[in-house]
Design a protein around this ligand. Sequence first.
Ligand code: ATP
Ligand code: LTN
Length: 328
Amino acid sequence: MAKKRVFSGIQPTGQIHLGNYLGAVKNWVDSQDEYENIFCVVNSHAITTTQDPKELKEKTYELAGMLLACGIDVEKSNLFIQSEIDEHPALAWILDCNIPMGEMNRMTQFKDKSSKNAKNVNVGLFNYPALMAADILLYQSDGVPVGEDQKQHLELSRNVAMKFNRDFGECFKIPEPLIPKVGARVMGLDDPSVKMSKSAKGNNHAIFLLDSPEEILKKFKKATTDSHNAIIFDETRAGVYNLLSIYEVFTHKSREMIENEFAHKGYGEFKIAVAEVVIEALRPIQEEYLRLSTEKGYIQKVLRAGADKVRPLAKATYQKAKDLVGLV
Ligand code: ATP
Ligand code: LTN
C-alpha cells in the first residue's frame, strides 16, 4: 500500500525553540518511516514580517542545517526551500480568488502578529494563510504535522480545497491536521499563559535548541510555577503542567510514573530534573549541528536535490488548477 504523504513547513525567522521542536520537528523526524515526507523552509512566509535580507539568506540555510541535525534524513524525506518553487505563490493567487474575505478576516494569527508588529502590517501578512494552503495543496498532501496554533490555518486550507473542487472539479486532496497529543502547545517559561514563541522578548521565555546546558538549567530554574506544591498534571496550573509535559515527551514515562517520581520532591529538584532531560535530548542535535556547520556545500546540494524532486508534483497540480479555472 502506498504511504500517505505529509507536508509541513517552518519559517527561518529566528532560532528554533522547544515549542517548534516538540510541536512539529520531532514528529516529522519520528514518523519519517511511516510517511512519504516533504518538509519546507518557508522563507517566502518569513518576509511577511520585517527581515534583514542578508540575514534571511543565512538563516534559511542555518534552519535547513538544524532540521538535518534534528534527524531529518534526506534518504527518507524531501527537504527544500519554498522560494525555489515558483508554483507556491502562483497557486496562492488562484486560491486567493477563492477564499471569502470573511473567512480570511477571522484568522487569529493575523490579529496577533499585526498587533505585535504595528509598523509593518502588510497585505502579505494578511494573505499568509493562502500561501500556506498553496504549500500544502500543491503536493496533494494527506497530512500536515504542526503545532496546535496552526489548526485554524489548516481549516482554511481544507475549506478552500473543498470549495475549489466543488466549483471547478476535482483538483486537490483534502489534508488532515496531525497534531501531537503532548507538546502541541509548549508555553513560555516566563509566562505560561502564552505559547513559547521565537518573537517574544525576554531572556527567560524560550529554550532554543542551541542553548548551552548552563543556559538551559538557568532558564528552567527561573521558570514561573505557582504557590502550590503538588507536582501533578493539572491543566489549571499552567506553569507546572508545561514543565511536566516537557518531561513527559522526553522521558516517554506515563503520567502516573512521573507524578510518583516527584511525589515527595520540591519545585527546585523537579526543575533540575526537567532541565537535565532537555539538556541530554539536545546534546546530540547540537553536536550534529556543529559538525554540519562546516558543510554548507552539502546542505545546499541536499536542498537543491529536494526541490528538483518535488517540483514535478507542484507543476502538475498547478497546471491542473490553472486549466480548471480557465487560465491558458
Ligand atoms: P513563533 O510564533 O514562535 O515566532 P511561528 O509561529 O512563526 O513562530 P514557525 O516557525 O513557522 O512558527 O512554526 C513551525 C512549527 O512550530 C509549526 O508547526 C508551529 O505550529 C509549531 N510551533 C510554534 N510554536 C509552538 C509552541 N509554542 N508549541 C508547539 N508548537 C509550536
Ligand atoms: N504557518 C506555519 C508555517 C507554514 C506551514 C506551511 C506549516 C507555512 N506553510 C505548510 C505546515 C504546512 C507556522 O508554523 N507559522
